[in-house]
Design a protein around this ligand. Structure first.
Ligand code: 5AD
Ligand code: SF4
Length: 454
């Protein structure tokens, strides 16, 4: 979502004459868009600021000015503290304020004011953001020829998992009206976008206003699939308890919906899940996965895991490992529990020693990496639909994403950027695949994997 938000900031700043550049050196303004989810992410901001201070000073030595800003969730959570730890910062503003960025820049630029804006406005910011320009490609300074784009449809979280800062930094759940999302999807398609990832902290609890009753996410996906040019749809991130029948059915019915779902379970222990205030237990998750597999037999699952949550015993951790074995995730993120100030878990008195967290994480990651490699190897010999969207490191090489989000490399003869190519997978690696073009590749590209394995 920060990538998407950075794009919107660029949209707001464009009328003021700002264009994006590749590197901070010599920039007139640098905005750090920050993440507060774990302590490491938050601490990175201060080390990055230390480096940028030198660039700012160097620019000032030549008689020019660099505006240095901190945006995002660290700004929201630590506003005043940033200004006292890094007094050379000019602007600090939270995720709900981006539509006021022009005004903030004017204040910081003209008057040299220090700007701090961490309000949650009453009015939703989306109503005040300009219509999005062609999406930002993080690999390129120009905004054109992007074939895969993010589209935020929902923001904020009311779930209050006891470990998580998001409800405090992003605020309450809010869904954009269906018509707004559709207008943005059409604009993206018109610029050449072929794949849209619908974003939200609780994207599957989307409830967008529409003339004849609210749309849930399943309905929204079906609508976005009707937009000319949109060939692939994804959504992230989902909360297991909010997967409704309509959304599960969309996995069966909407050909554009990719057979890959990031569905964080966090732990396989019911005791830990309860202490986390998750509204699912391990069996609920198992049943949900079963239903998804009935709807879309070739679906691949991904998850987030936290190890060493306060009170987690060896037996609890064994439950997580058991769940991992049973589900067979094709990809996953896993983290040591990191206490976040202001969250209920941070003040629990049963913290797990860091050494134990480290040991459990190593065991879990080893298993998850093996599962990923096993899945990648199972793709060798199959034809996969790959949306080629960026140049590779080697001359003439292109890289794209399979339906399962695997990076697939192909040499330049394999296709054109921005096109979904049929590639026969020739090699599997830990984090990527290599493919070769298939001559007569044509119909139903999104079901290619299913067809190949049938
Ligand atoms: N410590 C460790 N991991 C966390 N996450 C969220 N909060 C914490 C925390 N305090 C993880 C969860 C979530 C992902 C985005 O980050 O697994 O799904
Ligand atoms: Fe955080 Fe996700 Fe839980 Fe919301 S549902 S509190 S964003 S982990």
């Amino acid at each position: 979502m920060n990538v998407y938000d950075s794009g919107r900031m660029a949209d707001v700043l464009a009328p003021l004459g700002y264009v994006q550049v590749e590197a901070p050196d010599d920039a007139d303004m640098v905005i750090l868009n920050t993440c507060h989810i774990r302590e490491k992410a938050a601490e990175k901001v201060y080390s990055e600021l230390g480096r940028l201070k030198h660039l700012k000073n160097a620019k000032e030595d030549t008689g020019e000015r660099m505006i240095l800003a901190v945006a995002g969730c660290v700004a929201q959570a630590e506003g005043e503290e940033i200004l006292s730890r890094a007094p050379y910062v000019d602007m600090v503003f939270g995720p709900q304020t981006y539509h006021r960025l022009g005004e903030m820049v004017a204040r910081a630029g003209r008057a040299g004011d220090v700007v701090l804006d961490t309000d949650f406005p009453v009015e939703p910011k989306f109503d005040f953001l300009p219509a999005s320009a062609p999406p930002m490609n993080p690999n390129k300074a120009s905004g054109n020829e992007v074939s895969s784009a993010f589209l935020t449809v929902q923001e904020g979280c009311d779930k209050f998992c006891t470990f998580c800062v998001v409800p405090y930094t992003r605020g309450a759940e809010y869904s954009r009206p269906g018509a707004d999302v559709m207008a943005e999807a059409k604009r993206l398609a018109a610029t050449g976008v072929r794949e849209i990832t619908l974003l939200g902290q609780n994207v599957n609890n989307y409830q967008g206003a529409a003339p004849k009753g609210d749309w849930g996410l399943g309905r929204l996906i079906a609508e976005v699939a009707t937009v000319d040019g949109i060939e692939r749809i994804r959504y992230t991130t989902s909360y297991p308890a909010d997967m409704d029948d309509e959304l599960i059915a969309a996995h069966a019915d909407v050909n554009e919906l990719m057979p890959f779902l990031h569905l964080p379970v966090q732990s396989g222990s019911d005791v830990v899940l309860k202490a986390m205030n998750r509204r699912h237990n391990a069996d609920d998750y198992r049943r949900l996965v079963d239903r998804l597999r009935v709807a879309r037999p070739d679906i691949g699952l991904s998850s987030d895991f936290i190890v060493g949550f306060p009170g987690e015993t060896d037996a609890d951790f064994a439950e997580t490992m058991k769940l991992v074995e049973e589900i067979g995730f094709i990809q996953a993120y896993s983290f040591k529990y990191s206490p976040r100030p202001g969250t209920p878990a941070a003040v629990m008195d049963t913290h797990v020693p860091d050494k134990v967290k480290g040991e459990r994480l190593a065991i879990l990651q080893d298993r998850l990496n093996t599962q990923q490699l096993v899945f990648n190897r199972s793709c060798v010999g199959k034809v996969m639909a790959v949306l080629l969207d960026r140049p590779g490191r080697e001359p003439g090489q292109l890289v794209g994403r399979s339906p399962y989000m695997q990076a697939v490399h192909v040499d330049g003869t394999g296709g054109t950027m921005g096109v979904i190519a049929g590639l026969r997978i020739t090699e599997a690696h830990a984090n990527s695949l290599t493919g070769a073009p298939v001559e007569d590749y044509a119909d139903a590209p999104n079901r290619a994997h299913e067809r190949a394995s049938a």
